[in-house]
Design a protein around this ligand. Structure first.
Ligand code: GDP
Length: 189
C-alpha cells in the first residue's frame, strides 16, 4: 500500500497519532425514564458496528461501539450515567439530550439543558436533541416542528427515535459521528 514506503517520517506525540484509533466520548443526558439506557443498549446492536477490542482500557462500565463511516473507523464510548460525569472537566465530544415525545415536561427540561450546554459547556461541540418514543404517536405532546426549531436555534442537530422498536437508532448513531467530525473540522480552523 501507499503508506508502507512513505518517505515522510511518522511524528509521534503523546496526544495525537494516526496509529491510535479515535475514541470519542458521548454523554447521554435527559430526564428519568425518557429512554437513555434503552437507546444506548440499542446502539450496541447496530449493524454499523464492528467488534471493539477494549484491550487494556478501563472502560468496563461504558458501552463502546466502533463505527465505520466514509472509510474511517471511530469508536464511540457512551456514558448513560451522566451523574458520574463532570461535564466541565471531562473531555466530552458529543452530548445527546434525550426527551420523550409523550411527556412535555421532559422536552422542557431538555430545552433548558440544551441552552445551558450550548452557552456554558459545549460552545463548539456536537449536541443532538433526541425525541424518543415516537412509537407512542397517539400520546404525542411535542411536535417535530417545535422541537426542531429549538434545536436549530442552538446549532444542535435534531433526531427522532423509537428505542423500543429500534427505529432510526442506526441513523442516530451515524449522525452522532458525523456531527463530531463536523464540529472537529470547524474548530480546526
Ligand atoms: P432512562 O431512565 O432514561 O435510562 O430510561 P430507560 O431506558 O430505562 O426507559 C424507561 C422506560 O421507557 C422503559 O420501560 C423502557 O422500556 C421505555 N422506553 C424506552 N424507549 C422507549 C421507546 O422508544 N418507546 C416506548 N414505548 N417505550 C420506551
Amino acid at each position: 500500500d501507499n503508506h508502507s514506503n512513505s518517505p515522510t517520517p511518522k511524528i509521534s506525540t503523546s496526544t495525537c497519532s494516526d496509529d491510535i484509533p479515535k475514541y470519542y466520548q458521548v454523554v447521554v443526558l435527559g430526564s428519568d425514564g425518557v429512554g437513555k439506557t434503552s437507546l444506548t443498549d440499542q446502539f450496541m446492536t447496530s449493524e454499523y458496528i464492528g467488534p471493539t477490542d477494549t484491550g487494556s482500557i478501563d472502560l468496563e462500565e461504558d458501552k463502546m461501539i466502533t463505527v465505520l463511516l466514509d472509510g474511517e473507523e471511530s469508536t464511540l464510548v457512551f456514558c448513560d450515567r451522566p451523574e458520574e460525569v463532570d461535564l466541565d472537566e471531562t473531555q466530552v465530544d458529543a452530548f445527546l439530550v434525550v426527551y420523550s415525545t409523550n411527556d412535555r415536561r421532559t422536552f422542557e427540561a431538555a430545552s433548558d439543558l440544551l441552552f445551558q450546554l450550548r452557552n456554558e459547556v459545549a460552545t463548539d461541540r456536537a449536541i443532538i436533541l433526541v425525541a424518543n418514543k415516537i412509537d407512542l404517536a397517539r400520546k404525542r405532546q411535542v411536535s417535530a416542528d417545535e422541537a426542531r426549531s429549538v434545536a436549530v436555534k442552538l446549532d444542535c442537530k435534531y433526531a427522532e427515535t423509537s428505542a423500543a422498536l429500534n427505529h432510526h437508532v442506526d441513523e442516530l448513531l451515524v449522525g452522532i459521528l458525523k456531527q463530531i467530525r463536523l464540529k472537529m473540522s470547524q474548530s480546526a480552523f
